[in-house]
Design a protein around this ligand. Structure first.
Ligand SMILES: Cc1cc2nc3c(=O)[nH]c(=O)nc-3n(C[C@H](O)[C@H](O)[C@H](O)COP(=O)(O)O)c2cc1C
Length: 205
């Protein structure tokens, strides 16, 4: 079995999506041949590595309740080529977002389900991962990342069995109020670093 994991984060390194891709690849291990493609590769069209894949696993960040524009462009412009390269493949999607709630990703998963149908591929299932800001903060499967570790165990096993199923959501083992407070501290610190006063953050235009 060949599995292509497509990392749709525009960040060349240290992305939450990259961490999810690494964890899935490790969980799949020797059970299948995994290839990983990043944004730099699919910017040039369908990467050769996608050819002959039995499963396509899209992993990306939520941008404005949707799909990052470079990934959307790739899906739009290369739909036929993707369908030809990975004909009959099952599509799995893991979207992570900044807000705590994993259900924020429902619209992006819907868009991916529509893409899968239009491309004539087979929909597997989607996973909406909340609190993306924490994904790199702890070891996968431990502490606040315990739930995500379990969700990725289940996803890896679904991919290997070509299973289809209901979409799922996952949130960290961490209090939402504390996550939000830490996020605000981070935003304020980066505003300060960029010369933006706190008052300006709350201005309405
Ligand atoms: C342009 C932009 C738009 C975003 N839009 C949303 C959004 O609508 N909802 C949300 O919860 N997070 C949003 N985020 C936060 C990202 O989804 C979040 O930081 C994610 O963990 C980044 O993943 P990555 O490290 O894999 O790129 C946005 C981030 C950016 C840069």
């Amino acid at each position: 079995m060949k599995i292509a994991l497509i990392n749709g984060s525009p960040k060349p390194r240290e992305s939450a999506s990259g961490r999810i891709v690494d964890a899935l690849t490790a969980k799949i291990g020797e059970a299948a041949a995994c290839v990983v493609c990043g944004a730099a590769e699919f910017a040039r069209g369908v990467p050769a590595a996608l050819w002959g894949s039995d499963a396509l696993v899209f992993v990306f960040p939520l941008y404005v309740d949707g799909i990052p524009s470079h990934l959307l462009r790739f899906l739009d412009e290369s739909m036929r080529d993707i369908a030809e390269a990975a004909s009959g493949a099952t599509v799995y999607v893991a979207v992570n977002n900044g807000f705590f709630e994993g259900r924020q990703n429902a619209v992006a998963l819907e868009i991916m389900r529509n893409f899968t149908a239009r491309a004539g591929l087979r929909w597997g299932l989607g996973l909406g991962v909340g609190a993306g800001g924490m994904i790199r903060a702890a070891r996968m499967g431990y502490g606040p990342m315990k739930n995500l570790g379990k969700a990725l165990d289940a996803l890896a096993s679904d991919i290997l069995a070509s299973r289809t199923g209901e979409d799922r959501v996952c949130e960290p083992n961490f209090p939402k109020a504390l996550y939000n407070a830490l996020a605000h501290l981070g935003w304020r610190a980066s505003a300060r670093k960029n010369g933006v006063k706190r008052k300006k953050l709350y201005l309405k235009s």
